[in-house]
Write a protein that binds this ligand. Sequence first.
Ligand code: ZN
Length: 323
Amino acid sequence: MTNQILGIHHVTSMCGDPQANVDFYAKTLGMKMVKVTINYDDPSSYHFYYGDGLGRPGTLLTFFPWPSAPRGVTGVSQADTTSFAVPKGSLGFWKERLAANAIEADESVEFGFPTLTFLDPNEMIIQLVESIATPATNANYGEIPASFAIHGFHHVRLLSARPESTEKLLTETMNYSLKGEENDVKLYETNFTGSTYGRYIQIPQNPQVPFGRMGTGITHHVAFRVADDPSHEVVREQIMNAGQRPTEIIDRTYFHSIYFREPGGVLFEIATDNPGNTVNEAAEELGTSLQLPSWLEPQRGAVAAGLPEFVGPTGIHFPGGKK
Ligand code: ZN
C-alpha cells in the first residue's frame, strides 16, 4: 500500500462514429481493444477501452462513441493532447505508417523527447513520444512490430484555467514534481518510480484559447492511479483536505473511482488498479464480446438493440458478438 497517486490510469474521450474509432486506434495505431461495454451513466452508448494486452492501468484510452453529436470545442478546462510512449528509434516507422493512411503528422522535440503530433478521426490531438528504450510487451499490436508499438501513456496536456492552482494540487497532494518549463509550458512528473507508463503532465501557463465545450474529439476526463482500495480511501481524504470535493467511491466494475473538478476546470478521476480488465474476461478473451454491468444483464437484448453496429478488430460483429 503506497497511499499515493501513481501516474495516469486512463483517459476518456468522446468520439463520433464507432467504426472509425476502432479502425484508427486498433488497426492504424495497433492498440488492443480490451473492453467493449456501455456507458454506465447512459446505456444507449458504448464505452470502448484500448490498451496493452492486459488492459493495464497506464495504458488505457477509452471512448464514449456519440455518433450524432457535433464536434466539441477544444479549450480551457480540458485535456487537449493525449500522448503515448513509443520505443526510441520508432518515429520513422510511425511517420511512414501515418502517411500511408493519409494522416498528416508534425515532428518536433518536446522537453528533449522526439515527438510526432497528429489528429484522430474526430480531430483529437494525439502524440507519439520516443521515450522508452525497450520494445513493448504483452500487447496485441496487429500490424505493428513490438519494437515500434505503443507502450502506454507518455503524458496528457491540461488546459487549466488556473495553472498555479493546478500545480499546487499536483505537487502538494497528487505526488507530482515540477520537472521543467519550455515555451511557456510546464512539465510535471510523478514521484512514483515503479512504472514507465503515464508519468508526465504538461500544463501551458497561458493557454490562448477559449473555454472548451463537450462534443466529439474532446477528452471528458483524466484518471489517475492508486494501487488498491485502502490507498483510495486515504487519497480521497488527502484530496478533500486540499479543498477539493470528490464524489463518493463508485464501482466501475474494472476499477473503483472518485471524481472531482480540479481548480483549473479539468475533470479528474482517481481509480484503483484493482480489480482490472481481466475481472470478467480472460486475457485472451478481452474485448471479444459486449460486457454489461450485472444490473443491466437481464436487459441485454434491449440494451444491445439500442447500440449501433460495428465490426471489431478481429472481425467480431458488435453488439451481438457473432463472428
Ligand atoms: Zn474514467
